[in-house]
Design a protein. Sequence first.
Length: 233
Amino acid sequence: MLFVNEVHQLSGTSGAAFEELLRCQWAPALARDDDVRLVWCARSLPGAVSGPEIVTWTAVADGAALQRLGERIRHGDLREGATALGAARRAVARRVASQLNFSTLDVDLALIPGGPEPHREQGDLYVHDFVLPQPGMQREFETKLAEVHAFMREFAELGTQLWACFETVIGGGTQPENIMVSQVANAEALTRMLTMEIPREAVVPGMWMVDGLKVRDTWTSRLMRSVPWSPIG
């Protein structure tokens, strides 16, 4: 299965209208193909980025479904909807990715509703990370990430879990990247994450923030909350 990640940059007043387009028009239109579903949608939190953003993940069954999706957007039944989305946002950054083998996100396209409806009052908190590994060290980074993933699952009381982990496919972005989505259990866990300070003398080899820097270059984090109608998450 492949996943299309899109970061939609919006104006200060276009968020609600753009989200309505996604829910009421775009997601149902995507679902006309049984092999395509919009599976996750989240809003940036105020102050988390320079301007309002919405991040979406669209799951496609395979390469053939991805090709059909592109054809539908260029000159098929999705062309009008894609034009409407483009007019409602300032810019979009798009990547195509696949899940890493230790990622625990389970997506069954047959169970994802074609026309998502709100099913809760408030979505969950997430940290959405784009990570650029050091040149030639993507596999080393992913090995260390798998170790961190296992640690976080063992210590669930930390309140933050790696929810999904991806790598961009060849041609799926401007350069090889990893994408991590971590779920934050509650406001208390978020406060703990934001206020935790590690003394300089405690930063030693063996810690993720030390060893990780050997295999990754830069990263971009977004604090987000899933929308009430997001099919998963």
